[in-house]
Design a protein around this ligand. Structure first.
Ligand code: OSB
Ligand code: MG
Length: 372
C-alpha cells in the first residue's frame, strides 16, 4: 500500500460526564484522528494525547505539530506492506509515542483491510470476548461516586477502578468496600504519591484491591520496586511503561505485578504486542488501558485486548459511558456479563459515522507528497 496522503482531523466531543484524575478534570475531549489514504483504502488511527501535557508530556496541539512537520512527511509517498514497518520509519524522531501510534495504528487498519481480515486476527488475537472494567473519576461528593459505582456495577462491568489522590483515597475506599465487600476493585493514583506516603499506602492493603495503579512518579521503576516489597497489594504500572524494554526492566526489578498496556503510550500496536509478550514471559497478566478514546481508538483497543495475556478486565468500556453519540457504528457495547463481543468484520470491525465526524470536526489538514 502506497501512502498517498494523510489527513488530520481535530474533533471536539463533550464527555457525558466530566472525568477527573489526580492531575485534573476533563469536560470535552479534543480528539485527533488521522487517515492514511493508500491505494483507495483508508486506514484510521487516533492520537490519544491529552488536551494538556499532564498525563504525559504529549498533548494534542504538540502532537498535531509533530505529525505535520516530521512524522507525516516520513511516511508520505512510501509503499508499505505492513503496519509493523512504520516504527522504523519514524524512529528518527524521539519519543512522541502517541503521535507515532496514531500513524502506525492507521497503517495496521489499512493492512487488515487490504488483506480482508479483522485487525484482531492480524494481531494474532485469540479471545472472542473481551472482559471489561470501568474507570470512575474523582467526583464532587462521596454520594455522587457511590451512585456512579452502583450504575456501573449494575451494568455488568467486571472490575471497578477508582481514581485516587491524597484526600480522596482511604475514606472513599472504605465506604465502597463497606457497601460492596466482594467486587473486583482497584485504584489509580496517576503518580499522586511519593515515598513519604509509604505508610499511608500500606494501609490500602486492607481494602483487598486487585491493584494500585501508578502510585509514584510517572518515570519511575526503582522506587515502585521498593514500594512493592512493602505492599501485599499488586502494583500496576501505567505511565512508567513506555516500551517493551521498560516492561522488561520494570518486571526484572519487581516494580509491579500487573501491567497496563496503552497502545498510544507505548507508541503503537507493534510495541503494545511486545509489552504483552514480555509480561507473558514473566507470567505477569496485562490489561488494556484507555485514554477516553473515541470509537476509532477504542476499536484498536478492543482488537488488542483479544491477545491471550490480556487476562484482566480492561478500561475498554462501552461508547455510551463516554459519549452521547460515538463516531462509529455499531457503538462499542458491553453485555450484562461485562464483555465486548468480537466480530469477524475486516479491519477495525466498526464503520465510521462520517456525517457525525464532519459535524464534530473543528480543524482539518491534509498532507500530500510534493508531486501530488
Ligand atoms: O490513567 O488510566 C489512566 C484517562 C485519561 C488519562 C489517564 C487514564 C484515564 C483513565 C480512563 O483511567 C480510561 C478510559 O476509560 O478510557
Ligand atoms: Mg492509569
Amino acid at each position: 500500500m502506497k501512502i498517498e496522503a494523510i489527513t488530520l482531523l481535530e474533533l471536539q466531543i463533550p464527555l457525558v460526564h466530566f472525568f477527573e484524575t489526580s492531575f485534573g478534570r476533563t469536560y470535552t475531549r479534543r480528539v485527533l484522528l488521522l487517515t492514511l489514504h493508500c491505494d483507495g483504502l483508508e486506514g484510521w488511527g487516533e492520537c490519544t494525547a491529552g488536551e494538556d501535557p499532564y498525563y504525559s508530556e504529549e498533548y494534542i496541539e504538540g502532537a498535531w505539530d509533530v505529525i505535520v512537520r516530521y512524522l507525516g512527511p516520513s511516511l508520505i509517498g512510501r509503499t508499505l506492506s505492513a503496519g509493523r514497518e512504520v516504527p522504523a520509519l519514524l524512529a528518527k524522531v524521539r519519543e512522541n509515542r502517541m503521535a507515532k501510534a496514531a500513524l502506525e495504528n492507521a497503517a495496521w487498519d489499512a493492512e487488515a483491510q487490504e488483506k480482508g481480515i479483522p485487525l484482531w486476527r492480524l494481531l494474532n488475537g485469540t479471545q472472542r470476548e473481551v472482559a471489561c472494567g470501568v474507570s470512575i473519576g474523582i467526583q464532587d461528593s462521596h454520594d455522587q461516586l457511590m451512585q456512579k459505582i452502583e450504575t456501573e456495577h449494575a451494568a455488568g462491568y467486571q472490575r471497578i477502578k477508582l481514581k485516587v489522590k491524597p484526600g480522596w483515597d482511604v475514606d472513599v475506599l472504605a465506604k465502597v468496600r463497606a457497601r460492596w465487600p466482594d467486587i473486583l476493585l482497584s485504584c489509580d493514583a496517576n503518580s499522586a504519591y511519593t515515598l513519604d506516603d509509604m505508610e499511608h499506602l500500606k494501609t490500602f492493603d486492607r481494602f483487598k484491591l486487585l491493584m494500585i495503579e501508578q502510585p509514584l512518579w510517572s518515570d519511575d521503576f526503582y522506587f515502585h520496586a521498593r514500594l512493592q516489597k512493602q505492599l501485599h497489594t499488586a502494583i500496576c504500572l501505567d505511565e512508567a511503561i513506555r516500551s517493551s524494554r521498560d516492561a522488561e526492566a520494570a518486571l526484572e526489578l519487581g516494580a509491579c505485578r500487573i501491567v497496563n498496556v496503552k497502545v498510544g503510550r507505548v507508541g503503537g500496536l507493534t510495541d503494545a504486542i511486545a509489552v504483552h509478550d514480555v509480561a507473558q514471559r514473566f507470567g505477569v497478566p496485562v490489561w488494556c488501558g484507555g485514554m477516553l478514546e473515541s470509537g476509532v481508538g477504542r476499536s484498536h483497543n478492543v482488537a488488542l485486548s483479544t491477545l491471550p495475556n490480556f487476562k484482566l478486565p480492561g478500561d475498554v468500556s462501552a461508547s455510551k459511558r463516554y459519549w452521547k453519540e460515538d463516531i462509529i457504528e455499531p457503538e462499542v457495547e458491553v453485555s450484562p456479563q461485562g464483555t465486548i463481543a468480537i466480530t469477524d468484520k475486516p479491519g477495525r470491525g466498526y464503520e465510521l459515522r462520517r456525517d457525525l465526524i464532519e459535524r464534530l470536526t473543528v480543524r482539518k489538514e491534509t498532507l500530500r507528497a510534493a508531486s501530488f
